[in-house]
Design a protein around this ligand. Structure first.
Ligand code: CUA
Length: 317
């Protein structure tokens, strides 16, 4: 793990290098203009200082000068905007086929679960060179999952599913922080990210016999009786969930919604908020009955019913 003082953490993800390039560009631009302004300030202060016999003149208008100081800053901020927006989108939207990991933040620890069911606390083992998508939830207050070496940070917000993704580029151990004040134990809500070679990661994952999130979700789906209404056939009173994930559904009363993780969560907690057109709002709420971990398992199961679908994807940069 990194020790000692460094101005910047190491760059351990593909995104880190790209983000730092923009960051240095911003520092360069700011530095250049700060220096320019300070130098001109000093030069003019000396050149136009008050001297006996000198009277202020009325300045002439200069269209050329005005155009220059309008057009150059405009082009600069447009470059920053396009560059920043491109980075933001690439950093926000996970590519398809990413390794799925579920993380729940609670006072004061990070609980992670891999797609084969293996769990860990305050540690996250991930493979190098592969995209990793983390779905974040919180059991109590707002936490923030922060990996400085990857230059990624995302809040874990109670009642929401948020995602983040990254692609580690070098094996090693890196810091994991909670970057949102969340109570007395906040400063101890830290951990480590262990980036491993793919083979080592597979070995680390392997031989694990606990239930996968999908299997656990399927059990919950039966246990909470969801299957009763959502099954296909004559008893079906609610939408059949097969193949729905990633699609856009029509809603009662007009409008549409993307059937994604946030929509599934909302429908489990507030079933009447967005009812699919053609169905009655008969689903009861499961607020207070489903823990955050169960919620993630249910979402994983419902997603697994649509193996070929994925929410708005973008190819890896
Ligand atoms: Cu969790 Cu700060």
């Amino acid at each position: 793990m990194e020790q000692g003082f460094r101005l910047f953490p190491v760059q351990a993800s593909a995104f880190a290098e790209r983000l730092d390039r923009l960051y240095w560009f911003l520092i360069g631009v700011s530095g250049f203009f700060s220096a320019l302004i300070i130098i001109l300030l000093l030069v003019f202060a000396v050149k136009y200082r008050r001297r006996p016999g000198r009277v202020a003149e009325r300045t002439k208008q200069s269209l050329g000068l005005e155009l220059i100081w309008t057009v150059i800053p405009f082009m600069l901020v447009m470059v920053i905007f396009v560059w920043g927006a491109d980075l933001f989108l690439d950093g926000t939207i996970p590519p398809q086929g990413a390794e799925e990991i579920y993380v729940v933040g609670k006072q004061w620890m990070w609980k992670a679960q891999h797609s084969n069911g293996r769990r860990e606390i305050n540690e996250l083992h991930i493979p190098v060179g592969r995209a990793v998508k983390v779905t974040l939830a919180s059991e109590d207050v707002i936490h923030s999952f922060f990996i400085p070496a990857f230059r990624v940070k995302q809040d874990a917000v109670p009642g929401q599913s948020r995602t983040m993704w990254f692609e580690p580029t070098r094996p090693g151990e890196y810091h994991l922080f909670c970057a949102e004040y969340c109570g007395t134990g906040h400063s101890k809500m830290i951990g480590r990210i262990v980036v491993m070679e793919d083979m080592a990661y597979q070995t680390w994952l392997g031989g694990y016999t606990e239930e996968t999130p999908v299997q656990a979700g399927e059990k919950l789906f039966t246990q909470f009786d969801c299957v009763n209404c959502h099954a296909s056939g004559r008893r079906q009173r609610c939408p059949n969930l097969t193949g729905l994930y990633g699609t856009t559904v029509q809603l009662t009363g007009g409008g549409t919604a993307v059937f994604d993780e946030a929509y599934i969560r909302e429908s489990i907690l507030y079933p009447k908020a967005k009812v699919v057109a053609g169905f009655e709002p008969i689903m009861p709420t499961f607020r207070g009955q489903v823990t955050e971990e169960e919620m993630l398992e249910l979402i994983a199961y419902i997603k697994s019913l649509s193996p070929t679908q994925a929410v708005p994807e973008r190819s890896a940069p």
